[in-house]
Design a protein around this ligand. Sequence first.
Ligand SMILES: *[C@@H]1O[C@H](CO)[C@@H](O)[C@H](O)[C@H]1NC(C)=O
Ligand SMILES: *[C@@H]1O[C@H](CO)[C@@H](O)[C@H](O)[C@H]1NC(C)=O
Ligand SMILES: *[C@@H]1O[C@H](CO)[C@@H](O)[C@H](O)[C@H]1NC(C)=O
Length: 603
Amino acid sequence: MILLPQAFLPIEILLQSIVETFFDSSHCMTIIFSQESWHMPSSNSHIMYIFGNNSESLFDLMLNASEAGCSDYIVQINDPKEFIIAFDKVVHMGNVRRSDRKVIILPPTRIGDENIASYDLFEIFSMQETSFIANVLVIAPKEKESNCETYDLITHKFVGAVNNKDPMLLDRWNSCTTTFENSVNLFPHDMSNLQGKIVKVAGFTYKPYVLLDLDTNVVPLGRDGMEMRIVDEFCRWINCTVEMVRDDAHEWGEIYDNLTGVGVIGNVFEDKADIGITALYSWFEEYVVMDFSAPIIRTAITCIAPSPSLLASWEMPFLPFNEYMWVGILFTFLYASVALAIANGFSTDEVFLTTFGIMITQSRPETSFLSWRIRSVVGWMMMTGLVIDNAYGGGLASTFTVPKYEKSIDTIQDIVDRRLEWGATHDAWIFSLILSQEPLIKQLLSLFRTYPAEELKRKSFKKSMAFSIEKLPAGYFAIGEYITKEASLDYTIMLDKFYYEQCVVMMRKSSPYTDKLNVHIGRLHESGLMLAWETQVALRYLDYKVQLEVKLSRSKRDVENIEPLGFRHVMGIFFIYGLGVTISILVFIMEIFAHKKNTRTSS
Ligand SMILES: *[C@@H]1O[C@H](CO)[C@@H](O)[C@H](O)[C@H]1NC(C)=O
Ligand SMILES: *[C@@H]1O[C@H](CO)[C@@H](O)[C@H](O)[C@H]1NC(C)=O
Ligand SMILES: *[C@@H]1O[C@H](CO)[C@@H](O)[C@H](O)[C@H]1NC(C)=O
């Protein structure tokens, strides 16, 4: 029994006892009132007062209160529907998220006033917005006998598969005895048993996260996947029923400026689905308008890029020496020619051809008289030539026997340097990078393309682009279906990770499911089930050959090493030979013509 001065109204006493019992853990409450003569309940928590009969400012004031952390409400205004609409707006606009907001709605006027009947307090239960608040308590005046007033304490059914908007009488309170009839929990919806309530889940088939339309003879529910199992297990725990909401064509989807949306994100945003799954990363733009669960899966995004192909064979004769060496040889040639010319008495007669000949260890033509000066210069040149020639011969032998490849694509810098396109079917792959200011990442973004799956499949055979893939914590890969086993042979996984991301479940802001789902996810991590599920799903549904091909793509080249000499190796030399012959024939023909002209003019 609470002793209070007589000045308190019965409903104020009721409110005081409710607040004392159930708002203990509340950090701060907002009281929205329309009567100045109201005695507010005293409480341990902070209280924010809002005068609520001006519906224009109601939203602004509520938003400020909610942002300050005052997100439990006691409402006593003329039209509670206005409050509910403002409440929903606050939830969407505000930055504060809470799964378990409590709302108490009081009758607008005192009992006994004649206009009480003109208000239907239960109307709010039929509103769509109310169905997202688990705990709404309406205090409805019942009857007045002599000095005793009776109040019904009513909430909505909320749980159960059907009629969960129906009002449900929880308890009754009498002002003379100041006791509750049943003394039950007035905020009973703690999400621990939803009695088969339908939870709408948005997702699409993306292996290994979500697989839909499976054979129901093999998988009873016809669906599986790492994230699908999280939701199915969640519903097994809190006794709810999963109903899939699908917009497969838009995959992850997006939210438009006109507050509509498509795909998984759009369906959750428009409240067509309660829960959104399928590799949703913790994207900033989505965080602003939605609730995120605790992270589920840490994924690493990288690419498989075309494997380096064998170098064109005409390049082979140049490979034994690098650029500096070739420059060095050019200078050796020039200096030797100058030395020979000086020894020759400053005459360049046949000097260049002789020097070149000696450098490729050709013998000198027999000359009748040579001075010792020339002989000694030529002798040193011959030794130089011998060294260079042997070095080149050794290099060439190794070039011919060990296959030489183009430089491989290992890092983001490599992709940017080669201006290699990379892509997938949807922009979602770059949502996480889009706000980056880093020049390298910006360049990388400019190379991203989206194509339909068919087009990607075609391109995968042409080796004309890189494909983004995910590396999952247990070591498996999420690879688009458009990469076939045949195409995967020609691709190598990059060393660099483009970025790491945390996958989350998305829900409407302040969704009643968020807290419970977080507890669930915590339990899954604790038990290590996520890693086990990844392995099970991967072994069961992913193409193991493609997985292996990608996983070992960096090590398989060590196997194919030394090969016998083939025509491919010498083709380059014949190419250079052919080029030389062609040029000399052309020069020869030109010489004949020029000579004829000369003889004609001279004669
Ligand atoms: C809400 O708070 C902001 C800043 O804290 C203030 O500028 C604004 O006037 C407040 N709105 C109302 C309706 O009190
Ligand atoms: C789960 O919900 C169903 C109604 O769909 C109900 O019959 C059943 O008793 C509930 N299970 C538990 C454990 O409460
Ligand atoms: C919203 O915008 C998108 C694209 O900008 C458009 O496709 C859609 O029809 C618009 N929806 C409405 C309801 O205006």
